[in-house]
Each structure stands twice: as C-alpha cells, then as structure tokens.
Design a protein around this ligand. Sequence first.
Ligand code: ADP
Ligand code: GLC
Length: 480
Amino acid sequence: MKIVHAASEFYPYAKTGGLADAVASLSGALADNGHEVSVFLPGYRAALEHKDAAQAERVLRLKIEMGDQFLSGDVRMFSPKRNLKIYLVCREEFFDRRNPYGTGERDYEDNADRFIFFCKGVVETLRLADLQADVVHSHDWQGALLPMLVRDAERRHDVTLAVKTVFTIHNIAYQGLFPRTVFARTNLPEDLNSMDGLEYYEQVNLLKGGILFADRVTTVSPQYAHEIQTPEFGNGLDGVVQTRADDIVGLLNGVDMAVWNPATDPLLPVRYSATNLAGKQACRAELLKRCGFTAGYKGPVFGVVCRFAEQKGLDLLLANKDFFLKHDCRLVVLGAGEKRYEDALRKLVEQAPAKISLSARLDEAMSHLIEAGSDFFLMPSLFEPCGLNQMYSQVYGTIPVVSRVGGLIDTVTDADEFPATGTGLMAAPTAESLGDALTRAMKLFADPARLAAVQKRGMARDFSWKIAAAGYEKLYQESV
Ligand code: ADP
Ligand code: GLC
C-alpha cells in the first residue's frame, strides 16, 4: 500500500516526547513490511540540520493559500531507508526555530498558522506530486486538519488524493485551541465553522476536526480508547469522541527494538540481556557516577524520565518527597518542561544532593542510561494515553512503578496482585497510593529472588512493533 503519514515529531529528526518514537517506529515497521511509506514533517531547523537531510532535494515550491494571503515555502525530500521517504514542509519564518512548539512554558504565538501551513503543504504535495495515497494517516492536533483539507482539495480540484484518511489521538489533552478568527486561514467552507465542524465554545478546536472527519480514528491503547469517551479523561471532547464510537480503535504502541534494546543499545556503556545481566550493573555504576552518588551504592535506585508536565504526576512524586529523604534509596530525574517542576525538584535536590539528582534538559543518552541503570522506573501519571517508558523499562529489566491509568494498565501487571505474572507495581493516581507503591517497591527490592523473577518476566515480554504494525495494517486494509 501507499501510506502517507503527517506528524509534528519523528525520531531522530524532531522529538519532545513519545509521539516522535511512535511515528518513527510505526512508519519504519510499515516500510520494512514492504509498503511505500511517505512521512511529512515540518522542516524544523533540527530536521534540516540532521545528517540524513544533507541529501534532501527540493521536490516542490509551495504557494499556500492562508485566508486572503498566499505564503510561499518548499518541500524537500530524502530517503533514510528503503520504502521510506521523508518530506519536510519548509518555510523559514515558521520552522527555522530551536523548538517544535515553543520555548519553556510558552507556545509560539503563531502555532495555528504554522500547523495550518504544514497541513496545507502536505495536501499540495499529495496533489502536485501525485502521490496517489491509499491512506493518509495524520497524528495529534498538529495534523488534525488533514482529513478535512484532503476532502476539500479533492472537491475543489476534482481529484482523488487519498482513498481513506486515518487520524490518531496520541493525547487528547492537547487540542490546538485557537481564537475563532483562525478559521479563515483554513479556507474551509464556512459551514465547517460550526458546532458540527471546528467550532468549540466560541473557539476553533483543530483536534475536534480530526476526530469528526477522519474515516477511521485510532488512539494508542485500548484502555485510553475507552477512557476518552468519559468526562474524566475526555478533556471536554468525550461527547465528540462518542459520536465516533464505532470507528475508534485503541492500538497499543510498541518498542522500536532497533533503538531500545539493551543488547545492542549504542548509548549504553555496556550492553546486556536477560541471560547476562552483568552489563546492567555496569550501567548502574555509570549512572551513580554521573549523578555524583557514592560508587558501589547497593540500595534501590528509582529513575524518572519525562516531560515536566502535570500529566506525568510530578505533583504526586513531590508529595512523596519525604519518602526519598527518609529511606535508603536514590532518585534520578531527567526531564524538561514546566519551570515549576524543575524548581521544586531542584529544591529537593538541595536537601539531599547525595541521594537525589536532577538533569533538567533533553538528553537522549541519559534517558537510555536511566532506563538501564535504575532498579525501578517511576511513572505516576495522572493520565497516560499509552506511555513508552514503562515498556522500555521492562525491556531493560527495570521494574516500572506506574499509575493504574490508560496504556499503563494495558502494559504493566502488578506483581503483588498477580505474584505469578506480575512485571511491575501499580498505584491509583493519588499521592497516598503512590506512597504505598514506593513502600512495596522497597519490600520487593529486599527480596532478591522475587525481584529477579519480576524483572525476568518483564524482559521476556514482547513489546516489539511487529504486533502494533500488524494492527495498523489490518485497519488500513479494512478501510481501503
Ligand atoms: P509522552 O509522549 O507523553 O512524553 P511517552 O512515555 O510516550 O510519554 O514518551 C516519552 C519519550 O520521551 C520517551 O522516549 C522518553 O525517553 C523521552 N523523554 C522524555 N523526556 C526526556 C528527556 N528529558 N530527555 C530525553 N528523552 C526524554
Ligand atoms: C503521547 C502520550 C503518550 C504516548 C505517546 C505516543 O505523547 O502522552 O502516552 O505514549 O503520545 O503515542
């Protein structure tokens, strides 16, 4: 099949979170299975500067209608591997910036224009380069206009650009909400500027457009597919999602074993596997050293790698700070995002620098080292569409301690509740329940035989993209 993806992140060209990993591994797996895959990304500075993009060639000059203006740009293409083409939709004014969405706390003020331009650039390329897509599959609010724009362009130009459109919700908390005046820049028919279209309480809601107008809607775990139809997790769009109840499916993400595999991971000082765990000890030693902790420390090491956002349950973690101060353990945190979390964690480090470490930055190598060198990986999320780190943890023999929400429910089994099959520890998304799980983690650590059994079971689980990609292939085939 000819499959087109459009997304705002793709590892290793642009990444702020799991979206980058998910889109890259899905499109890579589809290409490996023989499909012709084209992936559209905004031409961010980082993407253009990546070594793979050195061979990029300009395939199209763009003139994009945005309201009553025309904005120029171009599309560059390169192919990092067989069956996979990356198209960068470029316009310096919009994308020649350090970050994809904004700086620190603040989103760029022109994000609506940036991603409307991006989606329109994709549609223009589908049309002018005649890509003849079987499926156009877009992701999150940044790609949410595509299903509508594709059908609108087909009407205007009397062509077929895609047999079917698919839209994936990676996180319903980010909706692309903008002032109503933004609608004019979509150049869509005025009847879509209504309750049955993009209008949402006097604003424009781009995500809503993707949910309503794609032929098929997916999200990244079965549990989240169910949750987003409830007021508790639907972020105000549960009613909209419910209208698509028959067309929505939850397909669990996987682990890209080319990137996240302790036996081959080039970012680790020493590699290891379930049958030879010596390397994991070496990773632990390196992690202790990097954090400035005493070498040879024998107690439990808790790792955290996440965006600093409310979603990740950092408030629950901070509410349990006494646990880390009182007990004989270590806490290693890597993250970037909201300053209030960084400040609170920095304060905590000042209270116990010999036990607690904070790296407030994006650091791919450090994220791998934490997954490998920790005993437990903490993910006390308030909600979690899928979550990747709890899967990486299991693959790396690090026991996940997670909230009982979303994809975490689909990928972790509590070892106290299910002693014969457990691979982690689970808690309700409350400070108290997390505190209880941390205490249970200490108990588990004090029982080496049980600890090793839980670890081995996690390492034996198959989270590879084979299963996930097959789910998407089936969905595409059904649709076309
Ligand atoms: P989300 O997409 O909600 O952020 P996921 O668990 O799906 O959560 O994916 C997070 C991804 O981002 C993982 O690959 C994780 O290792 C990575 N990540 C998060 N924060 C950092 C950071 N500060 N440095 C490097 N990688 C990070
Ligand atoms: C989102 C979600 C995360 C998911 C990722 C990839 O960022 O927050 O749970 O794993 O997308 O689908």
